[in-house]
Design a protein around this ligand. Structure first.
Ligand code: MOS
Length: 686
């Protein structure tokens, strides 16, 4: 079968509609009837109970005493207005619905909430917190603890050792389009326009919560202005909008203000990592231990898989990885781009750098020396693993050979210059999906899947995948997504979208070709819907992961401590690249996300009043164009037939992994100051 579309750098299908403003987002839907507007009232106490809620405005008021009783879901964050309990400051305790947004916002601000049992928040994560426990498993179903051999004895007898603590702060996803929902009930049928990564998932959740059959719920997410995990599952805004629509009999719009994202949609948990490395005289690792501590809320258990990457990245005969979770008076943490891998590899890739200086060996050479032959976690072979190629190719392109390894030795005027390296890994995750392919009598082709394009270019890449499976050109394929009425699909998350949806699209398209005896021979309408559980279950036992090497060069002002990243280079082993234009965009976006994690992003937990004290983009800092001068991403050739019919690995998250450690290691090389607690702000460098 010819493959001419995959690999082409074609532009996003929807680029013109987005830049001209024609693309509609969740809060922008036109409706036949004038909508009502919903604004919520956040809790102003960190913990306690709501005893009364009053308004003097002529608006509809919802709170736990009059809100409808919802069905139960595992995600208890979605039990909106179901109890009097306040579990964190910022939680939804009431909502008002009015004819205009301005009226609703004004009335919401004047709602009077009476509380009882208010107490000081217990919201400071520490490795000694009395609530710490070992969850049954951690995010994505990974095991909580894994021990191999005897890491304790191996660490004691090691010739060289590193024993350090590392931390990362709470971090917030704040996509360009804040979460928004338009909800409409009509004859028992619910239609929701929601800014979500997972239309099918939101459909199921809303059906359960509101006691209707999923076939009577339609979730539309035609355009989504970013997600980063914050829209990976149903969020409270969707629940409240649907509740408000049912309570008023109106079409209700609910657009969260930016500040609400810092309370309601999840965030990256703060992490504490205790990393212990033991090595022989020549740098061969004898032991690797990574013990992690994180937080969750009083209402829902979420444990980030922060030690997971340490199970795969280096060979070491004695190993231990653990996860412990503290239950605090905080909002529930959730997914944020590269959950687990991003904070976990900051810790381990900084520790490896520390070990390289302890031994006096080049950090690239140390990594190559500890490259495993098989996956250390499972003992399985890797389907492909290009860590060494990525390190070597990156070293060559970055000019690593010219580097003077001594810290604090390269100075240009008031700037100290340094460079650093780190590796990156991210699992290849694929979920079963369905998709349909249809050809009309006139030969036009439509391929449909309830996927979500959150700005990654999924719609475009799926067109390319469909075109190759049909052996037609991409411009002949219309690709429909962003609607739960289309064939059921998993969400855009875990860097798994293209592989999961693309597999189902490929299967449906190939079956359509078979059914009609070739697209050119087709004469009548024909349609095929396919599903991929069987293929995915039937995959060989192999370790499937994407890998990369991240390089950074920084300059540090000797007087102010200001760190600027002069250049970054990421080299990745990501299988076959579907669309180099969009892949590069994903990778440099991920690397920029990592730059923000290294130097800026930090939620400031308010220990007095609860919640986060910085909750907008004026006070929660992210990289702007002036911070991102030279970020480049590339990939090595990697042919891997054990992934999916398309042969690609996920690319949405791997760019974020390793880049914070590469920058931190560069700061150490520049200054001789080792910062183990992100972000690397100037006060920590001076
Ligand atoms: Mo991503 S954090 O898996 O949506």
């Amino acid at each position: 079968m010819s493959t001419t579309s995959i690999g082409q750098p074609i532009q996003r299908t929807e680029s013109t509609s987005k830049v001209t403003g024609a693309a509609r987002y969740a809060a922008e839907q036109h409706n036949k009837t004038a909508p009502a507007y919903c604004c919520y009232v956040p809790a102003t106490i960190p913990t306690g109970r709501v005893v009364d809620v009053q308004t003097e405005d002529s608006v509809t008021l919802l709170w736990h005493s009059n809100a409808e009783k919802l069905g139960e879901l595992e995600d208890t964050e979605l039990a909106v207005l179901q109890s009097d309990r306040v579990s964190y400051r910022g939680q939804i305790v009431a909502a008002v619905i009015a004819d205009s947004f301005e009226t609703a916002r004004d009335a919401a601000a004047r709602v009077r909430v009476s509380y009882a049992d208010e107490a000081k928040p217990d919201n400071e994560l520490s490795a000694e917190h009395p609530s710490l426990f070992a969850p049954e498993s951690v995010n994505a179903g990974f095991p909580t603890d894994v021990t191999v051999g005897d890491p304790g004895s191996a660490l004691e007898s090691a010739v060289h050792a590193v024993d350090r603590w590392y931390s990362t702060p709470p971090m917030h996803n704040s996509p360009m389009e804040p979460h928004a929902t338009t909800a409409q009930w009509s004859d028992g049928v619910l239609t929701v326009w929601d800014s979500t990564q997972a239309p099918s998932g939101v459909q199921d959740d809303l059906a359960t919560l509101f006691g209707v059959d999923p076939s009577n719920v339609r979730v539309v997410a035609e355009n989504v202005g970013g997600g980063f995990g914050a829209k990976g599952s149903t969020r409270p805004n969707a629940v409240l909008a649907v509740m408000a629509a049912r309570a008023t009999g109106r079409t209700v719009k609910l657009a969260l203000p930016r500040q609400a994202l810092f309370d309601l949609v999840g965030y990256r948990t703060p992490t504490l990592s205790h990393v212990q490395l033991g090595a022989d005289a020549d740098g061969t690792l004898t032991a690797l231990a990574h013990d992690t501590f994180q937080q969750t809320s009083q209402i829902f258990e979420f444990c980030e898989q922060t030690a997971e990457s340490s199970r795969h990245i280096y060979a070491a005969p004695n190993r231990r990885t653990t996860h412990r979770l503290a239950v605090l008076d905080v909002p529930t943490p959730r997914w944020m781009r590269a959950p687990g891998e991003a904070p976990g590899m900051f810790a381990v890739e900084t520790a490896i750098d520390e070990l390289s200086y302890t031994i006096g060996i080049d950090p690239i050479e140390l990594r190559i020396r500890n490259e495993p032959d098989v996956d250390p976690a499972s003992g399985n072979l890797f389907s492909s693993r290009s860590v060494v190629e990525c390190l070597r190719e990156g070293a060559e392109r970055f000019g690593w050979a010219d580097r003077d390894p001594r810290p604090g030795h390269r100075r240009e005027g008031r700037k100290l210059i340094g460079s650093g390296v780190a590796t990156a890994s991210y699992p290849v995750l694929i979920s079963p999906s369905s998709a349909s392919a249809r050809i009309e009598a006139d030969g036009s082709i439509t391929v449909s899947v309830a996927a979500s394009d959150i700005g990654t270019g999924a719609r475009t890449v799926l067109r390319q995948i469909a075109a190759d499976a049909l052996a037609v050109s991409a411009d002949r394929v219309e690709l429909k997504l962003g609607d739960s009425a289309l064939p059921t699909a998993p969400g855009a998350g875990g860097s798994s979208g293209t592989s999961s949806w693309g597999w189902a699209v490929t299967k449906a398209c190939r079956q359509l070709v078979d059914k009609v005896g070739g697209i050119d021979a087709a004469i009548g309408p024909a349609e095929v819907t396919a599903e991929t559980s069987e293929e995915i279950d039937g995959q060989k036992d192999l370790a499937r992961m994407a890998f990369g090497a991240q390089f950074a060069e920084v300059e540090v002002d000797v007087d102010t401590g200001e760190v600027r990243v002069r250049r970054m280079l990421g080299v990745f082993g990501i299988g076959r690249v579907m669309n180099p234009r969009l892949a590069r965009s994903q990778l440099i976006g991920g690397m920029t996300f990592g730059l923000g994690m290294a130097l800026m992003g930090a939620g400031n937990t308010d220990l007095e009043f609860g919640g986060f004290s910085n909750h907008d983009l004026a006070e929660y800092h992210v990289p702007v164009c002036a911070d991102v001068t030279d970020v480049e991403a590339m990939w090595v050739e990697e042919e891997d037939d054990e992934l999916s019919p398309m042969g690609g690995k996920g690319i949405g998250e791997i760019g974020t992994v390793g880049s914070p450690a590469a920058i931190g290691n560069a700061v150490y090389h520049a200054t001789g100051v080792r910062v183990r607690d992100l972000p690397i702000t100037l006060d920590k460098v001076l």
